[in-house]
Design a protein around this ligand. Sequence first.
Ligand SMILES: [Zn+2]
Ligand SMILES: [Zn+2]
Ligand SMILES: [Zn+2]
Length: 286
Amino acid sequence: MSEGAGGRVSRGQLELLGTGTSSGVPVIGCTCAICTSDDPRDQRLRTSAALRFCDPTGLDRIWLLDVSPDHRTQALKSGITRCDAILITHTHVDHVWGLDEVRRYNAIMESSIDLFAESNAIETLERIYEHIFHAHRNANNSFVANLIANHVTPGKSIERHGLRMTPVRLLHGRLPIVGWRIDTVDGGDGGGLFPMAYCTDVSGIPPETYAALRDLKTLVLDMLRFRAHPTHFTVDQAVAHASEIAAQNTVFVHMTHDIKHSEVDPILPAGMSLGFDGLRLPCAPC
Ligand SMILES: [Zn+2]
Ligand SMILES: [Zn+2]
Ligand SMILES: [Zn+2]
């Protein structure tokens, strides 16, 4: 037990492990100004995040929000050495094809890891990762992840480690997916981060979800590019929805190589900014 835990969640910090669209930026073989930019904020691994916090018993915890194909690189850069829960938004390749890598956390922690996702997402994961979810069929007793799948339903909260996670319905084109709202059970802000919501890969927000996104301190929201796209918010759409949700601090993710950080970030309204790989929220006051 660390001192000062006081039975409350503390030191909440959300690190953006990746902020790029499905191809990542630079895009393979592209020589555009952004793909060749020497600004590190223009280099984007695939979108995912790590939520670090100290639980009410004083234990340091890390939850992952999606596990991108870049997870190994992201974990090494970020210094992630444990995983206490995995929250899945949807099963597109750029969000879950790093799941195999979490076997290292199983080995370090000598325990299974709870994974939280909708039933259709769990069915897909069981098919993609048959060697994990049906390990008894493997020919050899090899080094595979040990995951426990927990089925979730939008609007129904689950409490773990002093936090309350609530999946909220989002539309990703015609595909219904979830974002995640996370509150402390104790009602505090855990050091300035909570309540927070993580809403990537969005092109539409149903009315009931707006109600579930009230009073946020921190919002992570999808913003693909300026031109229209059938399954993601444009810059204008993202800003409009962020204005309506009105979180204290909104950070945008999942950008393509049309977005130059140094040009787009300054034109965003107050309280909104572009995310970049390695950004940790809440930002230190500047
Ligand atoms: Zn995506
Ligand atoms: Zn490019
Ligand atoms: Zn997607």
